[in-house]
Design a protein around this ligand. Structure first.
Ligand SMILES: [Zn+2]
Length: 562
């Protein structure tokens, strides 16, 4: 699974993953006969040994967890550039080099000087910072306060396309809005989109709100506990800055954002006429009422900020078709991870072997396979080893806003994040493929590899918005994140058990390193071959990928890619 967006507290996932256990296991498909010996030869250069070796280096303690703006990530970026150079790929970053410098702002809330006070009928609720709540730093203003009445706006979602509006019968103007995690039960990717903190904050501002309090619920708590959010505060939050120096996702009208843990959430609803259990059940079922709370809240935020830079690494392989080589298939994989953090069992280095040394190794294998082809693929292929994903997909958003090749020349993004190489590969999930003609490419590649495509088994996890492909989608570029699925080749649910145990015990922990059990590099190589084929098919097709007619994301964003 890709990132739990740390900076985007409202993005937290909101329902059970148990449904994934109910996947029907189809019979294993046989690989289709070869239709392209050149592709077969290129694919055969992708090896388990090579993936293991790259992962071993990138996740070594010497790279200190590749934290954003830290030395370890800078070293890793230089390593990626060296590898691309060695394969004969051309630089495609700034000023003829391999690096695109991404301006970022680091943000830390000054906990001692900041405060949240919630008052019920004149009496204060007893709340403790870092136990009951955390306050998000303000991306622009060093010292900002808001003091206002409080209303509960359910999920805080306005979705005209789904004929749904949480703000329909409540006035949020001048209020601090309390917002639950997740979104109503829309189709998977659309639910994911409306669950995004950025979308909810903008919607709150559009409805006149002046502050946001995000609440926790038991299902979200079981998946990524509030205490882990508190632990993650050891690292700053980050935003990327546009050419005018403005941070991304900044809503000036919102003058305070707080996130409550589960106990504080219960206190919030006490005496409101709505029990916490009722709210929690509603959040789980995708059905929430909205109402005024008998509360006022004051959020005072003091923020320390620093403006820094971090590199995306960008390299290209020129295509062989005189016309199509002016178009690009982009592969992305984030290189950053969480750096050095709170020690767990004496280990403070968050190595990020699966997250995402695995994806980084995968795009290197794919780059090498393409580079050895003769003739080369018809379209050009661009590889972007992006920074700042763990801080909210910063490097990919920056690249998608300011691509180093013409935006309209990018025909697709294929993003690789957290290759679940814990068991033999039997299936793939292609997050976002259902929105574009990339679905055909996925199916063709799966058939060729003798694996099957599975539907997203856990839409509640909003995976579609939680990695770098979403940055491209928001710029109107067809994008997909293929990922190993959770089926076991023997028909048991062993794969799912291993994956869910990994999510509980290893995801974003220091033990996501090369010593973890069950790493199956043969599965990783097979997945890399599959991912190579996806890009290859896009590169060879005379037609560029298209948004499906009437698609939610295509209708909203496709014009941005013109
Ligand atoms: Zn991550």
């Amino acid at each position: 699974m890709p990132l739990q967006r740390r900076t985007s507290l409202l993005t937290q996932f909101s329902a059970t993953v148990a449904a994934a256990l109910l996947i029907v296991i189809p019979l294993q498909a046989a690989p289709a006969p070869s239709d392209d010996p050149a592709a077969d030869a290129a694919m055969s250069t992708i090896t388990a040994d090579s993936i293991r070796a790259t992962m071993r280096f990138l996740s070594d303690d010497a790279l200190e967890g590749r934290g954003l703006t830290q030395r370890g990530h800078e070293l890793a970026a230089k390593y990626m550039a060296s590898r691309f150079e060695g394969m004969g790929l051309q630089p495609a970053g700034d000023n003829g080099g391999y690096f695109q410098s991404v301006p970022v702002r680091s943000l830390v809330t000054d906990v001692k000087k900041s405060s949240l006070a919630i008052t019920k009928n004149g009496a204060p609720l007893a709340l403790t910072s870092h136990v009951d709540f955390i306050i998000e730093p303000d991306p622009v203003r060093p010292d900002i306060s808001v003091d206002a009445p409080v209303v509960f706006v359910g999920f805080g979602v306005t979705a005209p396309d789904q004929h749904y509006d949480d703000y329909k019968s409540i006035d949020a103007k001048g209020k601090i809005v309390v917002i639950a995690q997740g979104a109503p039960n829309f189709p998977s990717s659309i639910k994911a989109h409306y669950s995004a903190g950025e979308v909810k904050a903008k919607n709150a501002a559009d409805h006149g709100a002046v502050g946001v309090i995000a609440i926790e619920d038991p299902v979200a708590e079981a998946i990524y506990p509030f205490a882990k959010f508190v632990r993650d505060l050891v690292n700053p939050e980050f935003r990327w800055l546009n050419k005018e120096g403005q941070p991304n996702a900044y809503q000036p009208q919102i003058k305070g954002v707080a996130f409550l843990g589960i106990d504080a959430t219960k206190k919030l609803f006490d005496g409101s006429g709505h029990t916490p259990d009722e709210i929690f059940a509603g959040a789980k079922d995708g059905k929430l009422a909205t109402f005024t709370l008998p509360l006022t809240a004051k959020i005072h935020t003091v923020t320390e900020s620093k403006d820094l830079h971090s590199p995306n690494v960008v390299a290209k392989l020129e295509g062989s078709d005189p016309i199509l080589k002016g178009e690009y298939v982009v592969y992305t994989a984030h290189l950053d991870h969480l750096g050095i953090g709170v020690p767990l069992k004496g280990d403070a280095i968050y190595n990020g072997a699966l997250d995402n040394a695995s994806g980084s190794a995968t795009i290197l294998e794919i780059a090498q396979a393409f580079a050895r082809m003769n003739p080369r693929p018809r379209r050009s292929i661009l590889f972007a080893s992006v920074t700042g994903e763990e801080a909210g997909e910063l490097g990919s958003e920056y690249f998608a806003h300011y691509p180093t090749v013409a935006k309209h020349s990018i025909v697709a993004d294929i993003n690789i994040d957290e290759v679940f190489m814990l068991y033999p590969l039997a299936d793939v999930i292609a997050f976002g493929a259902e929105h574009t003609s990339l679905e055909n490419v996925i199916q063709r590649a799966a058939k060729r590899m003798g694996i099957v495509e599975s539907p997203d088994p856990m839409p509640e996890q909003t995976v579609f918005i939680r990695s770098d492909q979403y940055s491209f989608v928001k710029q109107g570029i067809p994008a997909v994140m293929p990922s190993p699925g959770f089926k076991s080749s023997d028909g048991s649910k062993k794969a799912w058990d291993l994956a869910s145990k990994w999510m509980d015990d290893t995801y974003h922990e220091p033990n996501d390193d090369m010593n973890q059990p069950n790493l199956d590099f043969v599965a990783a190589a097979k997945f890399a071959q599959f991912s190579f084929l996806c890009g290859y098919y896009v590169a060879q097709d005379p037609q560029r990928p298209t948004w499906n007619k009437g698609d939610f994301f295509g209708d909203q964003y496709a014009h941005l890619a013109q």
